[in-house]
Design a protein around this ligand. Structure first.
Ligand code: TYM
Length: 397
């Protein structure tokens, strides 16, 4: 592939969503992601900023390399990430904050922001707060069962530890267990948000249960906890997919009134489902690859995945495939291929020199080895859970 071709590919990919439901309206909230995702429109709608080449240059200057998920523009949008980097250059480090709603087993889509968070922790030496919103998951679904959420909370703690965060610099907060550390901050926040504002940010209505209406202040609280731990206003950076942004819009609104910095964000796109739904989702298990899946299940799910291929091999050779509309391509691009390999794959698919079976085979092999290795790390995580749990004490110095 020539340099010009590669650039054309990247430019083209950057401006595209990777969803194939052009007639469905886009809906992105913390609880639902549907329709054709147009990431340029989301930036406009949410009022965030595109990650610029200048920011990428700065990251490269500080860390010596550009991580894969920035190279392929998986993380594409931000608020105040440039400010965080400036603070860092001036000697003021930042905390990282991210989280999980424990409603099921973790799939590969959840792992991408966490792997990126680990990269940031390693490169910047940042402390990390990881929140598990078991209360949110209990309140959100009418038929949710507390016992099940407790089980997934435990399973997800193993997943988080298995990502490989530094245990001296990482604390996990489970809302129902550690509420005493969050509640004073959450009430400070809640007192300053009216129902009318919450309705316009989150789309709440008269039939929303009142637990959900108050919940956003609990997810906002860890944005300010580092300032209490450090006893001074402390910058916080949140890596997450862009579905979580409404929480941060609300938090940023009240931050300065409470004497804190506004939390900064770096937003990712969504890993699509294997059936080409807007995002990989636990509620559509046949189209998601879970870290708990066995090799046969992974193989079966990938074999029946939707692709951008033509109906026959002859037509594929003649007309080429549609990588942009193919979840198998995006999985490989975001998770397993290097950016050069992925650009090459794109070109070979487009020109009919690659068949869907080959891409599916690559994805199946890569996913199986990744998940086998991940499961081993989950087993080891069982011995160190206590060391990761938040206890109100300062982090190890
Ligand atoms: P949850 O459990 O829905 O998602 C956990 C994290 O995974 C991201 N995510 C995805 N990323 C890429 N592709 C996908 N298909 C995909 N599905 C989910 C989410 O953006 C999130 O980063 N309320 C939150 C829990 C939470 C939180 C936080 C998340 C509490 N504090 C701070 C991020 C940052 C939730 O239910 O996430």
């Amino acid at each position: 592939m020539t340099e010009k071709d590669a650039l054309a590919t990247t430019d083209h990919l950057q401006s595209q969503g990777h969803n194939d439901h052009p007639n469905q309206d886009m809906k992105v909230t913390p609880w639902e992601v549907e329709g054709e995702i147009d990431y340029d429109k989301l930036i406009e709608k949410f009022g965030t900023s595109l990650i610029t080449p200048e920011i990428l240059e700065k990251i490269k200057k500080i860390t010596g390399e550009l991580p894969h998920s920035l190279k392929v523009q998986y993380f594409f949008s931000h608020r105040d990430f440039d400010w965080i980097l400036k603070k860092y250059e001036n000697g003021e480090n930042f905390y990282l904050y991210t989280g999980r709603g424990p409603s099921g087993m973790v799939h590969l889509g959840h792992l991408i922001p966490w792997i990126f968070t680990k990269y940031l922790q390693e490169k910047f030496g940042s402390r990390l707060l990881f929140q598990l919103t078991d209360d949110e998951k209990y309140l959100y679904r009418q038929h949710s069962i507390r016992k099940e959420i407790e089980r997934y909370t435990y399973e997800n703690i193993l997943d988080i530890i298995a990502v490989g965060f530094d245990k001296k610099k990482t604390k996990i907060i489970v809302d129902s267990k550690h509420i005493q550390y969050l509640y004073p901050i959450a009430t400070d926040i809640a007192k300053r948000i009216t129902f009318s504002t919450a309705k316009s940010i989150f789309g709440f209505s008269n039939s929303t249960n009142i637990g959900m209406i108050g919940f956003p202040s609990i997810q906002a609280a860890p944005c300010f906890l580092p300032s209490l731990i450090e006893r001074k206003p402390t910058p916080v950076l949140i890596p997450a997919a862009i579905d979580q942004d409404p929480y941060w819009r609300m938090t940023r609104d009240v931050a300065e009134r409470l004497g804190y910095y506004k939390p900064a964000q770096i937003h990712s796109k969504f890993l699509p489902g294997l059936g080409m739904s807007a995002k990989m989702s636990s509620s559509k298990p046949e189209t998601a690859l879970f870290v708990s899946d066995d090799p046969e299940t992974i193989d079966r799910k990938i074999s029946s995945a939707f692709t951008g291929g033509q109906p026959t091999v002859a037509l594929q050779r003649k007309l080429g495939g549609n990588a942009i509309g193919c979840p198998v391509f995006w999985y490989l691009r975001y998770f397993f291929d290097t950016s050069d390999e992925s650009d090459e794959r794109y070109l070979k698919c487009k020109t009919g020199n690659l068949l869907c079976g080959e891409c599916k085979g690559d994805l199946s092999n890569d996913s199986q080895s990744f998940i086998i290795d991940f499961k081993k790390r989950r087993e080891k995580a069982k011995d160190v859970i206590d060391e990761f749990m938040y206890d109100g004490e300062p982090y190890d110095r």
